[in-house]
Design a protein around this ligand. Structure first.
Ligand SMILES: Nc1ncnc2c1ncn2[C@@H]1O[C@H](COP(=O)(O)OP(=O)(O)OP(=O)(O)O)[C@@H](O)[C@H]1O
Length: 342
């Protein structure tokens, strides 16, 4: 597996988060595996036992205040990992610690320290107004009256829920329900927030609101966030660190720039010449397109642009230059397609 900058140094690229990121590990996974035993049909009546290795030997450390994206193709093992981190599933091998406790063993103690949001289903009571769902959660989590009032006011304000508090959950739109679910997960001030596809199905305005809220939560409260998503804009806008899991194995852990290099993608150098000229010929790059005096050259993402620019400037009359980074979607799609492991 690639180990690019340490988690805390990558998180430090966001200045607000940096003050929290220097602190202690809050999620620790060491050699964690999960194998499911399933019964498969073998002929008309016969069923045989088979093993599904959902997660294999996964290790990582997440420090307090980090916001980490956990991505991978369908069936890669993301939900299984999150379920082990919440204590719903017991690992087949390895050890896990979250906020100082072992999730599967001390599930109740852990519940008070973590918040969980599943984009695909609500944890709210379908027939109750939001206000009543929140108040039930207050009793479940034994939140003191003062703390509850403070947190509710803050969350209602930040998530724009004021006009929705008396609406039954079943009448809320997907975006409104998601904001309600996020508030519900945070009423008890959890140290760690797991978000499983928090922006799935939301329109662009709702996605933006959710992302802005999460960014502020992480920066102001120092809440540690682990986020799984198929929407890479979530990752680009929120996470300074990304972990990629494929076929149950962690194949990358580092920052987004490193991921681009790991994906061996290419960057594009856009050169504006002083006048139209034949395609530029230079070592380490090839011309993709020529349009009047503008030429597009691609070169490996991992390579430095400086020698390339110097070589071109030496032989061609340059008016302007810019570099286009590869779209992260392209990099990830390539990694998934190639099953690129360490
Ligand atoms: N309870 C279960 N019993 C048997 N196999 C399971 C069970 N839960 C998950 N799996 C299998 O484990 C593997 C990992 O599944 P998991 O749900 O963790 O993937 P995922 O990365 O969350 O996928 P998605 O992006 O589609 O949600 C898959 O092959 C899945 O079929």
């Amino acid at each position: 597996m690639t180990t690019i900058p340490t988690p805390s140094s990558s998180a430090a690229s966001s200045s607000t988060v940096a003050s929290f990121a220097a602190s202690e590990p809050v999620i620790e996974a060491s050699g964690v595996s999960k194998t499911f035993v399933v019964r498969r049909r073998a002929g008309l009546l016969r069923r045989v036992k088979a093993e599904v290795r959902a997660v294999t030997d996964v290790s990582f450390t997440i420090r307090r205040g980090e916001m980490v994206g956990y991505i991978g193709p369908n069936g890669a093992g993301k939900s299984t990992t999150i379920k082990m981190l919440t204590g719903i599933l017991v690992p087949s091998a390895g050890t896990l610690r979250v906020a100082g406790v072992e999730p599967a063993r001390e599930r109740l103690a852990l519940t008070r320290r973590i918040g969980v949001v599943f984009g695909q289903r609500t944890t709210l009571w379908w027939d109750l107004p939001l206000r009543d769902s929140f108040s039930l959660l207050r009793r479940i989590y034994k939140i003191s009256a003062t703390r509850y009032r403070e947190n509710l006011d803050r969350l209602v304000d930040a998530l724009d829920l004021g006009s929705l508090l008396d609406v039954p959950v079943r009448q809320l739109s997907l975006g409104q329900r998601m904001r309600g679910d996020i508030a519900a997960a945070l009423l008890h001030d959890p140290e760690v927030l797991y978000l499983d596809e928090p922006t799935i199905g939301l329109d662009i305005v709702s996605k933006t609101k959710v992302r802005e809220f999460l960014r502020a939560l992480n920066a102001q409260q120092g809440t540690t966030v682990l986020l799984t998503t198929h929407d890479l804009t979530d990752i680009e806008q929120l996470c300074s660190r990304v972990m990629v899991i494929d076929k149950g194995t962690l194949v990358y852990d580092g920052d987004l720039d490193g991921l681009r290099e790991h994906g061996e993608s290419e960057r594009v150098l856009v050169v504006d010449l002083e006048r139209p000229l034949p395609p530029i010929q230079v070592r380490g790059a090839r011309v993709l397109r020529v349009e009047g005096p503008r030429q597009w050259l691609c070169f490996p993402a991992a390579a430095s642009a400086a020698p390339l620019v110097a070589a071109i400037a030496d032989r061609y009359p340059i008016a302007d230059l810019s570099i286009q980074e590869p779209a992260i979607e392209t990099v990830i799609a390539r990694m998934y397609a190639e099953g690129r492991a360490s």
